[in-house]
Write a protein that binds this ligand. Structure first.
Ligand code: M6R
Length: 360
């Protein structure tokens, strides 16, 4: 069942190239130049999008905010379901709600779906489990087609959510004429290349993760930093690490560090930084210099062409803009996996956690 892998989590991380392929299946035009999402055809384009989710699905939603705003020019808010359900939330007339849930059974997310439906909003469900409660109760459901995810720590499900969210942003961007045909085609070309690139990169990424795990697994606490689309990834990296290795980790927007967490920096408190070669590179670099100046150890996840002088520089392949996520995410997952495995933790069944949180 584990296909020769030691744990389901590892198997599911390595399935991600196939997951991207499966997610794209049937969702591109014959010439691969356009997105086809029949699930969205009947709905108008949202004037504002409210994304609601929990845990890893929330992080996928937060990442999507950046592309919904930049590619589709849709004002987007992203909400934690357990908070949203008890707030006096306000939905405008043309607003739509997107609920994201791998299991489709998360109690807080389901409660939000019911709440916004009562308020008359249209709900799009993004689910993995076919026929789940959220899938059934949404006005329209888009399936992530990731296949069953067994490990409690969500990995390939997030990857599949990111693919579909990319397609949704492209679909709406084109429909609103704020994205050119060339931009859509080039992004789809880049997306179609991911499976092969990732397949080739994963073995070396695992080796790198293993080496870093041996070096850093003695730490009692980690800081994860990222900016822009890498901020949700910093949150996700920290969640993965604490969930399966029981090491405390905190994800932070790199620019916020100087507003408090910088006080924690010392040689025993490592920082895992995401520093992609984008417009924010110099900003993150200067944040990292602040960490270095306080003798903090840094693992920097960056790209082949980046020049950095830091303790541990981990290079991953480059894609097109925010699609770098398809390499950064497995790196974070593999690091957490290798640390947990090195420490002898029960990777697939971490203590106190359930795969599907059906209670409040
Ligand atoms: O099934 P859902 O996507 O609604 O689940 C949400 C969270 O419970 C889930 O992502 C959780 O945070 C994972 N165990 C994280 O790895």
């Amino acid at each position: 069942q584990k296909g020769g892998y030691k744990h389901f989590m590892l198997k599911e991380i390595f399935e991600q190239p196939l997951v991207v392929t499966n997610c794209l299946t049937g969702r591109l035009s014959a010439n691969h130049a356009r997105v086809t999402l029949p699930e969205l055809e009947e709905l108008s384009t949202p004037e504002r999008l409210h994304i609601i989710a929990c845990g890893t699905s929330f992080h996928a939603g937060l990442w999507a905010m950046y592309i919904m705003e930049s590619w589709a020019k849709i004002p987007t808010s992203v909400e934690i379901a357990s908070e949203y359900r008890y707030r006096d939330t306000i939905l405008g007339k043309g607003d739509q709600v997107l609920v994201i849930s791998q299991s489709g059974e998360t109690a807080d997310t389901l409660a939000c779906l019911r709440k916004v439906k009562q308020q008359g909003a249209k709900v799009i469900g993004l689910c993995n489990v076919v026929g789940s409660s959220i899938a059934r109760e949404s006005d329209t459901v888009i399936y992530t087609q990731a296949g069953p995810e067994i490990s409690v720590a969500s990995t390939k499900a997030m990857c599949s959510q990111l693919v579909v969210l990319t397609l949704m942003a492209l679909f709406w961007g084109r429909r609103k004429h704020v994205l050119t045909e060339a931009e859509e085609t080039e992004t789809l070309d880049a997306l179609r290349r991911i499976p092969e690139q990732l397949e080739a990169a994963l073995p070396a990424m695992r080796e790198q993760a293993n080496a870093l795990a041996r070096q850093y697994s003695g730490a009692r606490s980690f800081l994860y930093l990222g900016r822009g689309p890498c901020y949700p990834l910093a949150l996700e990296g920290a969640l993965k690490l604490k969930e399966i290795s029981y090491i405390h980790a905190e994800g932070y927007a790199a620019g916020e560090m100087k507003h408090g967490p910088i006080a924690l920096i010392d040689p025993d408190f490592p920082t895992f930084a995401l520093i992609m070669c984008d417009d924010l590179f110099p900003k993150v670099q200067s944040n990292l210099q602040e960490v270095q100046a306080r003798n903090g150890k840094i693992i920097a996840l960056t790209q082949d062409d980046a020049v950095l002088t830091l303790d541990s520089v981990w290079k991953i392949p480059r894609s097109r803009g925010p699609l770098d996520v398809f390499f950064a995410l497995p790196a974070l997952q593999l690091f957490a996996y290798e640390v947990a495995d090195y420490l002898g933790k029960d990777v697939d069944q971490p203590r106190n956690l359930a795969k599907s949180v059906t209670v409040e």
